[in-house]
Design a protein around this ligand. Structure first.
Ligand SMILES: NC(=O)C1=CN([C@@H]2O[C@H](COP(=O)(O)OP(=O)(O)OC[C@H]3O[C@@H](n4cnc5c(N)ncnc54)[C@H](O)[C@@H]3O)[C@@H](O)[C@H]2O)C=CC1
Ligand SMILES: O=C(CO)COP(=O)(O)O
Length: 336
């Protein structure tokens, strides 16, 4: 059986490891830092912190020893916060098997370097981009842990590797498609978190579906502008990792990013919101990196700019709305 190591036993690491175990074609080992989580997965087939009452596949085993998790792995799946990926990888690097493909589940851009996660992986591990895969799409972890139906995209510049992972994670409730457009798939996942923050702000301010749909649609337009400028195909952004994920995240009260925005929109300060947020809301930090990336490439991203301004406490949600609505009148454009 193909061995797969999943490193990170938070929300998505646990749910994706369970998808792999349910697909029944891989031997899956989940690494977690916390002994109590590891014990609960092994003994009660549950991760009570994230999915209380949800029964995980009994064949899914967990360990708090990364070396044991990584031994013999054909795929190494990474599910940690984007901003800690580089440090985590540096610690794990020596134990990642030669020739293993490395899979990013992250949806963020590194602060400071403006790098996509696949780039951080190939740089830190000194491996070719063809060995790096990204899985993304409309994948709210809670729904997937409950085995509700979902689709996703498995992206890798080396298509056979994407197909190999596709077979390992295809199950009765999880339908993965493949793509070779790693740039488009990664940017779709990272930028949608920022747009979900903006949608959350609108919800928190008490606005309705017109405002939400407007932000989703113009959010997609600015995502496409950035992605195409960086070499992605605009078709990718019309697909599951672009529009699909944007719609799911912006519509779901389960989204951490949308929830952060909602709190901001309802009058809490950025500091108060962050103090009340326990899980990873990638858009908070990635919005800064995405805005820097946009500016470096001459791309206009007004919604991202508004989110950054609100998170920096430079202006209020009401001021951000005013700034957006009073932009110069122009023809509607999608993409560049
Ligand atoms: N939760 C979801 O619905 C989905 C999340 N993602 C992405 O997956 C990535 C991981 O997110 P989640 O699993 O939701 O996050 P989480 O906050 O639930 O879990 C993060 C995990 O990383 C571990 N970790 C390792 N080093 C860490 C450090 N230095 N600081 C904090 N935690 C550290 C934590 O112990 C924890 O197990 C993010 O990029 C997120 O955007 C993607 C799709 C769905
Ligand atoms: O990426 C996700 C859904 O695809 C999860 O979104 P949040 O991180 O906002 O919860």
């Amino acid at each position: 059986m193909t061995k797969v190591a999943v490193l990170g036993s938070g929300s998505w690491g646990t749910a994706f490891a369970n998808v792999l175990a349910d697909a029944q074609v891989a031997d899956v080992r989940l690494y977690g830092r916390r002994a109590d989580v590891v014990d609960a997965v092994n003994q009660r087939h549950e991760n009570p912190d994230y999915f209380p009452g949800v029964e995980l596949n009994p064949n899914l085993t967990a360990t708090s020893d990364p070396v044991a998790a990584l031994e013999g792995a054909r795929f190494v799946v990474l599910a940690v916060p984007s901003q800690s990926l580089r440090d985590n990888l540096t610690a794990w690097r020596a134990h990642i098997p030669e020739g293993a493909a490395v899979v990013s589940l992250m949806k963020g851009i590194e602060l400071g370097t403006m790098r996509r996660m696949s780039d951080v992986i190939s740089q830190t591990l000194d491996i070719a981009p063809e060995r790096v895969v990204c899985v993304s799409g409309p994948n709210l972890a809670g729904e997937i842990a409950e085995r509700q139906p979902a689709t996703a995209v498995v992206a890798c510049p080396h298509e056979p590797t994407a197909v190999e992972l596709q077979h390992l994670c295809k199950s009765s409730y999880f339908r993965p498609y493949t793509s070779t457009d790693l740039v488009g798939v990664e940017l779709g996942g990272a930028v949608k978190n920022v747009i979900a923050l903006a949608v959350g702000v609108a919800v928190g301010m008490g606005f309705g579906d017109n405002a939400k749909a407007s932000l989703i649609t113009r959010g997609l337009a600015e995502t496409v502008r950035l992605a195409v400028a960086l070499g992605a195909s605009e078709h990718t952004l019309a697909g599951l990792a672009g529009m699909g994920d944007l719609v799911a995240t912006c519509s779901s009260p389960r989204s951490r990013n949308r929830t952060v925005g909602e709190k901001l929109g309802s009058g809490m300060t950025p500091d108060e919101v962050l103090a009340a947020t326990r899980q990873t809301a990638e858009g908070v930090k990635s919005s800064e990196a995405i805005l820097a990336l946009a500016r470096a490439n001459g791309v206009d991203m007004p919604i991202t700019e508004a989110v950054v301004g609100m998170m920096r406490n430079e202006f209020t949600p009401a001021q951000a709305l005013m700034a957006f609505m009073s932009r110069s009148a122009k023809p509607e454009r999608y993409g560049l």
